[in-house]
Design a protein around this ligand. Sequence first.
Ligand code: ARG
Length: 598
Amino acid sequence: MSSPAAIPLRQSLETLVRDAFARSGLDPAHGAVELSRRPELSQFQANGAMAVAKAARRNPREVAAMVVAALADNPAIARISVEGPGFINLSVTDATLAQATAGIAGDARLGAAAADPPRRVLIDFGGPNVAKAMHVGHLRSSIIGDTLQRVFRFAGHDVVSDIHLGDWGLPMGMLIAEIERERPDLPFFVPGSHGPFPAQSPVSIDDLERLYPVAAQRAKDDPAFREAARRATAELQSGRPGYRALWDHFIAVSVGTLRGEFARLNVAFDLWDGESTVNDRIGPMVARMRVDALVEISEGAEIVRVARDGDQKEIPPLILVKSDGGAMYGTTDLATIEARAEARLDLSLYVVDQRQHLHFEQVFRAAAQAGMTAGGLALEHVGFGTVNGPDGKPFKTRAGGVMKLSDLITMATDEALKRLAEAGLAQDATAEEKAGIARIVGIAALRFADLVNHRLSDYVFNLERFTRFEGKTGPYLVYTAVRAKSLLDKAAERGFGAHGLPAAGLGAPATDAERRLMLTLNGFADAVAGTIEKRAPNLLCEWAFLLAQDFNSFYQACHVLSETDVALRDARLTLVATTLAALDRVFALIGIERPARM
Ligand code: ARG
């Protein structure tokens, strides 16, 4: 199956232009080629002549003209000209366009470059908290993080994803204290007991989700309970067997539920580690940091000062050990970095709400001071904005509580079912099949709506808009792909040949719609590269949307099944097959599915 790497058009043109710069005695670094910002004028543009001319104190239009002259008789180029202050506009011949597209079509990677060198990348995302229902913030982390893991892996990086459960802080002690209050006679609470403890969990996930807010409220109102919760947390962390046994049940019960919710979102993790995973490292790590004089005592707590000269704003110290000996959120993060460094990772990405930026700044600085990153581990916070309600404030339920992820998924699926009925889609399917299609459409709506925004922007949650089959939505993409597939199925039914034809069957484009579609197919590699470089899946989503639009325009403008010129018909069917393969590929990267029919 190994085909020679296909080189997309922009990349091969850039090689030509850089070479023309060099042959004209100019620095080839300025020969970058990009897609034209005015597609009605040309397919591509090169803007480096201005910078080169400025450095050499020459006339930019003259410099550009030199480059144009050096390229004028290249057979791949159909049109090339100097515009405005010194832009070089260029378009390729139809034969070149078809040939490059055939290369993409025949390449399993659709022209995307392989990571060079591949790096060992850990992606920390999801981050749900044990016993607490996941909310929309976890939705963003999960969707963006999962998409990044898919794209990095596709590029050839060695990726490990870690859910990093919130399973070790005060909330755990609050739950233990609350259960002890309600059911003090459970064996878990017998002082000094080493068990055995009940193998059956005394609490279900519903119990945990009910108990947690009760306990949190009680901790606010009642200082004695707060103290009990704090003590329970410290005793859990230092290994009291009964508490550990009870806590093991919390984890098992929560993880069972979480697995189901993440599966519904098409999100997977390699590691289900948590804050607790590094508990045994904390003592030795702190001891070593004391020896290295990185720790200071302040008001009974041990802290690490991380402020630096020249900081624009105040960076407060990281609290490592509280006055009661308990570990903090930052302590477990720091110990986790130590573990990740020992695992010889090159890069660790944290896909977490931008509002935690300061936390990561503190932790990363402490890690650097403790020498944990000296072996080459790079740490990076990949932040994201909030999901808001129509009022512009963080999204809530009507009753004002946090919106649970599972409810959200159900709402999206229900809305998708309504939309399918409105659009008259999948109406002859069985109820079961229809439910499956609604799930695919609903998840596509949620994932795409989240990913298409730049991760740092906030967005307004609007299911009605996200689930539409028109516009920049997941359902529009899904619908387009199903349409392409049904076209190919019809062609196969009629015995038309092109369905499985090799990509060499792509003909030269005869219309602008075909040219645009081919050009866009050549842009996959850049969409992947940009997504990786900027940790920005919106680039891949924009590309997928463009591809779907170009496909629909092509389908409107060109006869396919009804084309009487058989060679043209088969060439167009090959273009359809290539587009479908590209849609399936980008779907796999952004985590949406294509139903067999709709
Ligand atoms: N559990 C945290 C929260 O809900 C997110 C964890 C993010 N990852 C990390 N390594 N700190 O806010």
